[in-house]
Design a protein around this ligand. Structure first.
Ligand code: NCD
Ligand code: ZN
Length: 349
């Protein structure tokens, strides 16, 4: 039997890049139209490392979604120098929901990231005590590590020791891309969860090279081989409560992607919930969509589930070839392709 309409509790996006300035104004309304809340990544240039700076950034986001109920859930960027006092201030702020760990040099604007977790011991102790989650970009750095092995090496060299040292620390292993990461999270305690992006469910590394080099499929962590993609699809079909929606929508202007040294990041906010819905339908797992998109995230963070609902209907539409990004243009995920689900409405219950 085919389903023509589905109504679920309004979803949240647990991993989102909104940028600032003109780009923020251009992309934030896409997310606010679909999601009630989103975890906002702090990798601006310079990064958001203090509560004071996070308040300013929060105000800028709220101005960009003026008139909507969208609630940004802010994060701080962990550095070698983040103090335990900053963690206490973050917890007291109530609007800061997590800290983000970028291993230095791992991805876009990560130069100020952590060079050695040993430098963060006191700060991590305070986070463990405060139950403030650590959101981890789980890739080992260093030119000797093969780019396709970075997630696995990170698990072995960094994540396992970290979880042994801080057994109660809440951790979100972000944008997981491998069977290794999926297995690690499944086998861990309930203080460890993971987000999964649409691109890592829809594609494997062939998509980077299909018909020529495609920079619009380039993100970090990079797409992996088919067996890893299948492992992630198995996870969403399983309905495990440890995995939830995080788009990692990461806008970069067209000219910065289509360049001799193109940026990593895929912009998917324009159609995020529709794309996830199509994926769950293809997997015969539409009954698992609501928990993944709307329950598992807030349950992990200890936040209330949303009270509104959204309705998606089976109605095809074509994703535009590009959108405006302030003075620039941006090529959205699945540009020019037809998608068979549409967001019809958001309703109070
Ligand atoms: C992100 C970005 O552009 O900020 N890029 C990406 O490929 N995902 C950074 C990140 O989350 O790694
Ligand atoms: Zn990201």
């Amino acid at each position: 039997m085919s389903t023509n309409s589905i109504t679920i509790t309004q979803p949240d996006d647990w991993h989102l890049h909104l940028r600032d300035g003109e780009a923020l104004k251009a992309v934030a309304p896409f997310t606010a139209k679909q999601f009630a809340r989103a975890i906002i990544m702090p990798n601006l240039n310079p990064p958001v490392t203090t509560v004071i700076r996070a308040v300013e950034y929060l105000d800028e986001i709220l101005a960009a979604v003026d008139g909507s109920d969208f609630e940004p859930l802010m994060t701080l960027y962990l550095t070698d120098n983040t103090s335990p006092q900053e963690i206490i201030a973050a917890r007291k702020s109530c609007f800061i929901k997590a800290l983000k760990l970028y291993p230095a040099g791992a991805t876009t604007n990560s130069d100020a990231g952590v060079s050695d977790l040993k430098k963060c011991t006191k700060t991590l102790e305070e986070m463990q005590k405060s139950a403030l989650p650590l959101l981890i970009h789980g890739e080992a750095t260093g030119s000797q590590v093969d780019i396709f092995d970075r997630e696995k090496v990170f698990i072995d060299k960094t994540l396992i020791p970290l979880t042994q040292q801080f057994p109660d620390l809440k951790i979100v292993f972000e944008h997981i891309t491998t069977k290794d990461a999926a297995d690690f999270v499944q086998q861990s305690g309930n203080n460890i969860a993971a987000t999964i992006t649409p691109q890592h469910l829809l594609f494997n590394r062939n998509a980077l090279f299909q018909g020529g080099l495609n920079p619009h499929h380039y993100c970090l962590p990079v797409l992996k081989r088919n067996s890893h993609q299948q492992a992630l699809l198995n996870i969403i079909r399983s309905g495990s409560h440890k995995f939830f929606l995080g788009t990692d929508s990461a806008p970069h202007a067209r000219h910065k992607k289509e360049s001799a040294c193109g940026c990593a990041g895929i912009f998917s906010a324009h159609a995020a919930i529709e794309i996830y819905t199509s994926i769950f339908e293809q997997q015969n797992a539409l009954d698992k969509l609501e928990a993944f998109a709307s329950f598992n995230g807030p349950d992990f963070y200890g936040l209330p589930r949303n009270s509104k609902t959204v309705t998606l209907i089976k109605k095809s539409w074509q994703i535009p070839d590009e959108y405006d990004l302030g003075p620039d243009k941006i090529v959205p995920f699945l540009a020019g392709q037809t998608i068979n689900w549409s967001l019809a409405s958001t309703n109070d219950t």
